[in-house]
Design a protein around this ligand. Structure first.
Ligand code: 5GP
Length: 193
């Protein structure tokens, strides 16, 4: 999506350790017009799918998922990260390795918020190795619901998570795919279709 690529090229900052900072427009300060445009694009791409809910993970997925949900007119459920898991049977739960925090979180969603009739669109801000999205897919599977697709704002294609999910048959719609980036020069190259 040209609008997002242009914004990343203008305001994204490449850090060491394969981290792209987009905190001036996507996940700290938030440009709501940009998020609205991302939501409209996913609504167009997934218009053939009977989406009933959007699932994301706290914290930075929430704003993006909520703006997208306005275009689908469905509720948003966000998975919560917790370090003290109190399993009471009412929760769907899995573990996710955090790329940015370098630790493993237990991640939970209350069972009552995803039912076997649900058709879920999973949305997140970044796709790197794919741990976060695989964890969310696992939660949907535990609920017996259907994953209709995965909507990602920024995929770092060189980390392989997106292509792995596509190879497993998931429809992944990333609105910008970074093929390479360099912390020293700040250069960012996008994948062309
Ligand atoms: P994955 O689980 O696919 O390895 O990483 C995705 C998760 O890590 C996302 O939920 C996102 O919050 C975080 N993440 C991964 N790479 C980056 C990055 O380059 N910049 C930022 N801001 N977050 C990232």
């Amino acid at each position: 999506m040209q609008l997002l690529e242009d914004r990343i090229a203008r305001d994204g900052v490449v850090k060491s350790g394969n981290v792209l900072k987009v905190d001036s427009f996507l996940n700290h300060q938030i440009d709501i017009d940009l998020l609205d445009a991302l939501g409209a694009e996913w609504a167009r791409l997934f218009q053939d799918k009977p989406i009933t809910k959007i699932l994301t993970i706290e914290a930075s997925g929430i704003g993006i998922a909520c703006m997208a949900a306005l275009h689908f007119d469905v509720p948003v459920v966000f998975a919560k990260k917790t370090q003290s898991l109190n399993l009471d049977g009412e929760m769907l739960c899995t573990k996710i390795d955090s790329f940015t925090h370098k630790k493993t979180f237990d991640v939970i969603v209350a069972k009552r918020f995803i039912s076997p009739d649900d058709h879920i669109l999973i949305i997140d801000d970044f796709l790197a190795n794919g741990c976060a999205l695989r964890g969310l897919i696992e939660l949907v599977g535990q609920a017996g619901a259907v994953v209709e697709g995965l909507g990602v704002a920024v995929e770092k294609g060189f980390q392989g998570g997106g292509d792995d999910l596509r190879a497993r048959g998931y429809r992944v719609e990333s609105l910008a795919i970074i093929e390479s980036m360099d912390a020293e020069s700040g250069a960012i190259c996008f994948r062309t279709a």
